[in-house]
Design a protein around this ligand. Sequence first.
Ligand code: NDP
Length: 247
Amino acid sequence: MVNSIEGKVVVITGASSGIGETTARYLAAKGAKVVLGARREDNLSKIVTEINKTEGVASFQKCDVTKRKDVEALVKKAIDDFLKIDVMINNAGLMAIAPLEELKIDEWESMIDINIKGVLYGIAATLPIFKKQGYGHYINISSVAGVKVFSPGGTVYSATKFALRALSEGLRHEVGGKIRTTCIEPGAVATELPAGTTHLESANKLASVFNDAIPAEAVAKAICYALEQPQEVDINEIALRPTVQEF
Ligand code: NDP
């Protein structure tokens, strides 16, 4: 039996562009109530207005995932508006590519704070709710760079995305039974992500990888597939990449 998207309350971090935005629109069109979080409030407001105009149901909360209180406020917004949370999509991310010897330590810290700690805050804010409800579904957005080290240049980014796979598997093992966990590992997807890279040579290399990028809707559909499975089926990992992508 298909587990309908209709009526599911879905919280999405990093929903102001790219995969998060597209997933919000995609799931809302299927009847989910979506709660969007990110730092760019103008983007969120515009997306939510558009979703609500097309008979979807959406709300937003400004949220910097490096701030635990912001993530808690995002989750509270979902409960205040819709009384429950079915799905937490930990999607916010930063990809700052540069060789280690460039010592872009501030960027390493930002990636760790957003890509790892931001996800932990998302888990911390929702786990007591999921346990109380007796159901819940985590979708963590890792990367093919979390399966294979994207080197040179992507070592720290890869480390954060490997960490997400470890977190997802540990989470599944610890709280499985009623709570589902899916780790998504996309290859190149056409979004604003490459803009996070300030190192010129790495940015040029990335541009050629992203020439073959697939649309963000491909990821939204993979997420939807995991959500639609019956409650007793937990899709734990989905890797997807452009057919022509070697990495
Ligand atoms: P985008 O750059 O378009 O989206 C990233 C999102 O993360 C934005 O909405 C941004 O919003 C948000 N974000 C960044 N920092 C923070 C923060 N501190 N607090 C809250 N939100 C934040 O790229 P994608 O859509 O591609 O990225 C989404 C996820 O997908 C990331 O985790 C990325 O690593 C992963 N991914 C992407 C791939 C790709 O090829 N595009 C491939 C594999 C994985 P704002 O700036 O408004 O806060």
